[in-house]
Design a protein around this ligand. Structure first.
Ligand code: EPZ
Length: 419
């Protein structure tokens, strides 16, 4: 059934909302449950379609999974397979993370090439090279990838770019490699530190996450663990940008600003007031929203690429000029077409968008990807009049009922069924 967000914009927000657990932390953690026999317990696990896909993969591999509210329990005792099902592999790119865990446990893993958001080319060459460096043979035939290793051996891996997924897959595979693995130039995202936290709960010897070198002492049997996933910093950024777009004030609970410095700085440059303490983060905008100057996305701790569409959506409805350069993905400005339908003045040339803020009006728009759909929703809250945002299958991959969260902040938004 086709659904859309019906948004009535143009009114300041006021409210408070609890930020749910991080999709991009929960996904590698769920893959990591395969490293141990028994039941692991994951708290603050968001209820999203990508998480459902990950639980579906675990079930297909023979694990018993169940959800009790925000807690997911994964019992791997009955696991019997190492082939990730095509349908689920094709639904999201993070399915590739199961390869590292399966390789660590069984010495083999098979899957079709991963799917996911249409953010340009999304190769997995760095994942494959990491597995090969640890001693795995890789074969690609008939659209499928298969890896096999008699024995994985620890060694030094130097990533040419700090890929989040390749770092996570290298950590997972290294847990099954005999000896010490050094991962140099890893991604430093907070979600990598969260994965390290879970691996340690399983008894793994992992250190250095968040720095320039991650060390894994692998080859030892691991046991199930219990862990609480960090809050989703991109969902938090989404809510902040919604308040920035519409004006008013919003309080976010269950999170803080520790991992959002570049986003908070950009919003303050544009005229918002922000503040945070452990467990609480707030933003208010009483005056006009100005420009954010010139900013560039990059690997953590730089401005996060996932927050780029959200900030742009707020700035487009403001009164200032901004320039955003996207350095991570080569197709991450598709959402600007929807903003232009709302009256935005945005010039995109290659990896750079120039925004000349002006009042926006409601429109019927379609999401092309996850954060792009959230961005159009943010813009609609600041726009005068009614909007419809279609393509919620993208949005539901990364947000646990975005409309409920925005309503808690005072937004006039509801989910409607077509027809
Ligand atoms: C993760 O994707 C996130 N997804 C993305 O979030 C996020 O945008 C991205 O990291 C960057 O922070 C999950 O964690 C599930 P990368 P990932 O490997 O791991 C190139 C969202 O909205 N690359 O760091 O796929 C790649 O093409 C999603 O929640 C290679 O060339 O990102 C890209 O240009 C969107 N070869 C750059 O590296 C490889 O083998 C960064 O990709 C791997 C990546």
């Amino acid at each position: 059934m086709m659904e859309y967000f019906a948004v009535q914009g143009g009114r300041p927000l006021e409210g408070r909302v609890l930020v749910h657990g991080a999709k991009n932390s929960a996904l590698p953690i769920l893959a990591a449950t395969l490293l141990a026999d028994g039941e692991s317990v994951i708290h603050n696990c968001p209820d999203l379609t990508d998480i459902s896909a990950a639980l579906g993969i675990l079930s297909c591999l023979g694990c018993r999974v169940r959800r009790e509210g925000a807690t997911v329990l994964v019992d791997t005792t009955g696991r019997r397979d190492h082939v990730v099902p095509d349908e689920l592999m094709g639904r999201m790119r993070a399915s590739v993370l199961f390869l590292g865990a399966l390789l660590a446990r069984d010495g083999e893993a098979v899957a079709c090439w991963p799917g996911g958001c249409a953010l340009g080319a999304r190769p997995i060459d760095l994942h494959i090279r990491a597995f090969q460096a640890l001693g795995a043979e890789a074969r690609s035939w008939n659209g499928r990838l298969s890896f096999w290793a008699r024995r994985l051996r620890g060694r030094r891996l130097a990533l040419p770019i700090p890929s989040v997924g390749a770092t996570e897959n290298a950590m997972l595979a290294a847990c099954g490699a005999q000896g010490v693995t050094l991962i140099d130039n890893p991604a430093r995202e907070p979600e990598i530190v969260d994965l390290q936290g879970f691996l340690r709960c399983l008894g793994a010897q992992v250190s250095g996450a968040g720095t320039g070198r991650i060390t894994v002492v692998g080859g030892r049997p691991l046991h199930p663990g219990e862990y609480t996933v960090m809050a989703d910093r991109i969902v938090a950024a989404t809510y902040l940008c919604a308040v920035a777009a519409a004006g008013g004030e919003g309080e976010l609970l269950g999170t803080d600003g520790a991992h959002l410095a570049p986003v908070l700085e950009a919003l303050e440059t544009a005229g918002c007031e922000t503040g945070w303490e452990p467990g609480r983060l707030w933003l208010r905008r009483k005056g006009p929203l100005g420009g954010a100057g010139s900013l560039c996305t990059g690997p953590y701790p730089a401005f996060p690429t996932d927050a780029q569409p959200l900030l742009a959506a707020a700035l487009a409805g403001g009164e200032g000029k901004s320039k955003i350069t996207e350095t991570i993905f080569d197709h991450r400005f598709r959402y600007t077409q929807g903003l232009v339908q709302m009256g935005a003045c945005i010039q995109v040339e290659g990896d750079t968008a120039w925004i000349d803020g002006r009042p926006l009006h409601g429109a019927r728009v379609e999401a092309a990807d996850l954060r792009g759909g959230a961005a159009l929703t943010v813009a609609a809250l600041g726009a005068q009049g009614a909007s419809q945002i279609w393509g919620l299958d993208h949005v539901d991959r990364g947000y646990e009922s975005l409309e409920q969260g925005l309503r808690a902040l005072g937004g006039r938004i509801c989910r409607e069924a077509a027809g």
